[in-house]
Write a protein of this length. Structure first.
Length: 408
């Protein structure tokens, strides 16, 4: 009866499982001789050869096959991979280009190949390897896909990933936006789009797009986070706290993320004067990370402004300065906590150190003036208020202090 396809394939599989490589190869050669025009068999035979350390021989068989069957796209793809594994990059790229130019080859295969190149670029980036030639080549491949499949959401999704890897955030954002507007159901596409909008401070777009994303992914904590972050940056504190609380409910298994959410919730609730909720959120954040500098700074400063729990505020801000002794913002917080505790001489030294950093703001000079006033140095207090006025011309409270030469 000659060679039987099914039995021959089964025999080859058994030989491979038994580790009888030569017998498996012999069976593969029988199939090739019996069915010389069937790409499945030459591809299977090449795979066995490559796995057996005979990559060059595998390439030879495939090259001979492609000469007789130039339209076989799958063979081109395998050859591209074998040449790449063999270190023959240019030959590999020649076949990849042929694949991308072949309209008969399924787009999904091309997307996988482009994704593989993107992974290589990402690996180079992590190792700080710069390869402009490779980057240019991969962008050329993407342009071919974009030209041939202009409305395919998956093409633009992969394009977004590629541009994000290359650090071209505006291009990445454009591609992700096209993808999600044209039917991409990828959560990663939405997440990356929202992330990029936070990086460019596009908070109106962030809110709109995150609300759309929530209709598709109502149980994804990250989408609620982005929505809350957008509202927070727009000073829409109640909307922000609602979204962040929902993100917190969905993130119980991720304590580090919950810690970040608590910090933001503390800020939100302080702004809406829900101080018990604010303190609770801050305390939970510090329970997870007692040295969280942003929480220590905000919490202690807000307590000082409220003139509440000042002993705790001083302890937190002192810890902050121990960890960051030259940070002008943190020095200002510590100085103001000391001021509210009536420790004016200590506050004066701290505020002077903050100003000596050369990064003094209007708030620094105003606080310094207030401290000097409490120490009875009225003339110098007015001078500091005037310096603050130069940095913040629209502060009516400063005008009043300067004209009356006293605290409001």
């Amino acid at each position: 009866m000659g060679v039987n396809e099914v039995s021959s394939q089964q025999k080859q599989r058994i030989y491979l499982e038994k580790g009888k490589m030569q017998e498996a190869l012999a069976e593969g050669e029988k199939l090739l001789e019996a069915y010389p025009d069937e790409p499945r068999y030459v591809l299977g035979f090449a795979e066995v050869l490559a796995r057996n350390g005979q990559r060059d021989k595998a390439i030879l068989y495939l090259e001979n096959f492609i000469k007789e069957h130039p339209a076989e796209g799958n063979v081109k793809m395998v050859l591209a991979g074998l040449y790449k594994d063999n270190g023959q990059e240019q030959k590999s790229r020649d076949y990849v280009t042929a694949v991308f130019d072949d309209g008969q080859i399924d787009i999904s295969s091309k997307l996988i190949m482009l994704g593989t190149y993107n992974a290589q670029l990402a690996q180079n980036k992590s190792k700080k390897i710069i390869d402009p030639e490779l980057e240019s080549y991969v962008l050329t491949l993407f342009k071919k896909l974009e030209d041939n499949y202009p409305n395919d959401a998956n093409v633009h999704l992969v394009g977004g990933d590629l541009f994000m890897t290359l650090g071209q955030d505006e291009n990445a954002k454009r591609e992700y936006l096209f993808a999600v507007r044209n039917g991409s159901g990828s959560f990663e596409a939405w997440q990356n789009l929202l992330y990029l909008e936070t990086q460019t401070n596009e908070f109106d777009s962030l809110i709109v797009h995150s609300e759309t994303a929530l209709e598709l992914f109502p149980n994804q904590a990250m989408i609620y986070y982005f929505n809350g972050y957008g509202h927070l940056r727009k000073n829409q504190y109640r909307e922000a706290s609602n979204a962040l609380e929902q993100a917190k409910k969905l993130s119980s298994a991720n304590p580090a993320f919950v810690n970040d959410l608590n910090g933001m919730l503390g800020d939100c609730y302080n702004a809406t004067k829900e101080y018990a909720k604010s303190d609770k959120a801050y305390d939970e954040a510090l329970a997870f990370n007692p040295n969280n500098d942003l929480i220590l700074n905000n919490y202690s400063y807000y307590l000082a402004l409220r003139k509440e729990n000042l002993e705790k505020a001083e302890k937190m801000s002192a810890q902050l300065i121990k960890n960051f002794p030259d940070n002008p913002s943190y020095l200002d917080t510590y100085g103001w906590v000391l001021y509210e505790r009536g420790k004016y001489k200590e506050a004066k030294k701290v505020m002077e150190k903050a100003i000596q950093t050369g990064q003094g703001t209007a708030t620094h000079f105003e606080h310094y003036g207030d401290i000097l006033f409490q120490l009875g140095d009225i003339d110098n207090a007015v001078k500091q208020w005037q310096k603050a006025k130069q940095k913040d011309g629209g502060n009516a409270s400063l005008d009043k202090k300067i004209s009356s030469r006293k605290l409001n």
